[in-house]
Design a binder for this molecule. Structure first.
Ligand SMILES: *Cc1c(COP(=O)(O)O)cnc(C)c1O
Length: 230
């Protein structure tokens, strides 16, 4: 665990996580009636998550299968109607665990993983929604299908694997203005005829909603700064 020092920011607002969530919910309702708020609880312990569950929120995101498997079975037994989203990269050897634990997987980014997920979904008879991660910034270090290959990839998932793709997800390059990336993802979702658009984080969710986000992924804006390095 590495301590970061840039914690002295606006999240140091004296509000609790449920209060921040209520404020954002109110604000988002003014922008769009339909967007789902995913509370990204990665790095936060169960003690930080429970108050948000107790306040009635049920949609959460984690970026690591292992961490989610340690925290969520207990939390889900107390709050069984919780919907859990995997928003981080998925290794094929964790696909079985991911299919068992998550309700939505945002990070499908290669054919091999699509195959393993399709097999596991049949084997477990459990059908999380699957979103394809698109590397809208064409960054070498970032996972995701390139924008030009997205339509073919989705067609192959459907036709070869009989795997339904529910939507697209992107994570714009940190140094870029996010709007053009959201616009590109929206355009691809229309071309590929997939309904869900997972885009927008704490710093840019208002912008994402303008481009039709159906799911925004909020960590810091709800839970405050993360002290653990990811
Ligand atoms: C951590 C994370 C988020 C949330 O980021 P914040 O800036 O804290 O809102 C959203 N999406 C993904 C894929 C993440 O890994």
């Amino acid at each position: 665990m590495t301590e970061t020092r840039d914690q002295d920011n606006q999240e140091n607002d004296g509000m609790t996580a449920p209060e921040r969530l209520a404020k954002i919910r109110h604000e988002v309702a003014g922008l769009s009636a339909r967007v789902e708020l995913i509370a990204v609880s990665k790095t936060f312990p169960a003690t930080a998550i429970t108050p948000v569950l107790a306040a009635g929120h049920r949609v959460f995101g984690e970026n690591r299968v292992q961490e989610a498997a340690e925290k969520w079975p207990d939390l889900k037994s107390s709050f069984p109607d919780t919907e859990l989203h995997l928003i981080g990269p998925l290794q094929s050897n964790k696909a079985a665990q991911a299919v068992a634990l998550f309700d939505v997987i945002h990070s499908l980014d290669r054919m091999k993983l699509a195959r393993v997920l399709a097999d596991e979904m049949t084997r477990q008879d459990r059908h999380p929604k699957i979103l394809v991660q698109v590397n809208t910034g064409q960054e070498d270090q970032k996972s995701g299908i390139s924008p030009e290959e997205t339509a073919d990839f989705i067609r192959d998932c459907r036709e070869i694997l009989n795997l339904n793709i529910a939507g697209l997800m992107c994570l714009p390059p940190q140094q870029d203005v996010a709007g053009p990336h959201f616009a590109l993802l929206q355009k691809l979702s229309q071309q590929c005829d997939v309904p869900l658009l997972s885009m927008g984080m704490s710093g840019d969710y208002e912008e994402a909603i303008k481009f039709g986000a159906t799911h925004i992924r909020l960590g810091t804006a709800i839970f405050g700064p993360r002290t653990a390095k990811l």
